[in-house]
Design a protein around this ligand. Structure first.
Ligand SMILES: *Cc1c(COP(=O)(O)O)cnc(C)c1O
Length: 227
């Protein structure tokens, strides 16, 4: 541990305090809100200080990148929890099931069947969120709201997949609150309790609508460099 706290260490402490404050201010917060530190694009020099500060739940959006970064840290931090928050292609399902503890992007029947097959084969069952395209944006992943009850029934009841909740990414140019409200309503109506919603810009709003998991990247690690 260094004598001078690193920038990311300070940012993490600040986000945890803001989560607690938002929970206190909310009328009906979830029983618990967990922080997923989204470390995509960032290397060990950025991730280390956050691990040293005690954070154990991390999110990545690409299977290949996560596979390169995280397996060595598993041995060192056995209580690490790794979440896949980005889209999952069917040909990456085997690696994803082997690597992640939670997958947030289940959004189509073909993927549900592929996950079932690999979970049986690997005898490993990451928990699942169904991603809902609450804004019905054509370019965005996620199942349409109207198709969500049927898709939950397929995944949870027919295939017996370990579905714990719903996830959404609201449209960038709209107020997020109606999208968080819709996601919470769909989860409630279908007997699901976990809600993965809220990012750096809007996690406090998401907590107001019952978020159980917030996915925060840039507010902890700073801006991402995709170059
Ligand atoms: C990158 C990403 C985040 C984190 O976004 P920030 O705005 O940096 O907090 C959250 N969720 C998903 C699905 C992402 O891809």
């Amino acid at each position: 541990m260094s004598a001078v706290p690193s920038h990311t260490h300070i940012a993490l402490t600040d986000i945890l305090a803001r989560i607690e404050a938002a929970r206190k201010a909310a009328i009906a917060p979830a029983p618990e809100t967990r922080l997923i530190a989204v470390s995509k694009t960032h290397g060990m020099e950025m991730i280390r200080p956050v691990l040293d500060a005690g954070q154990r739940i991390f999110g990545e959006n690409r299977v290949q990148e996560a596979k390169a970064k995280w397996p060595p840290l598993r041995a060192e931090f056995p209580d690490l929890e790794l979440h896949l928050i980005g889209p999952l292609q069917s040909n990456k399902v085997r690696e994803a099931v082997a690597l992640f503890d939670v997958i947030h992007s289940l959004d189509r029947p073909k993927l549900a069947h592929a996950l079932k097959q690999e979970m049986v084969r690997e005898a490993r069952a990451p928990k699942l969120f169904i991603q809902v395209n609450t804004g019905e944006e054509p370019q965005k992943a996620g199942i349409a709201p109207k198709d969500t009850p049927g898709f939950i029934a397929l995944c949870r009841d027919e295939l017996a997949l370990p579905v714990i909740g719903l996830m959404c990414i609201p449209p960038a140019d709209e107020a997020p609150a109606p999208h968080f409200a819709l996601l919470a309503k769909l989860a409630h109506e279908n007997g699901l309790t976990a809600l993965s919603m809220g990012m750096s810009a809007d996690f406090e709003t998401a907590i107001r609508f019952g978020a159980t998991h917030v996915r925060v990247g840039s507010a902890i690690f700073g801006a991402r460099d995709y170059a």
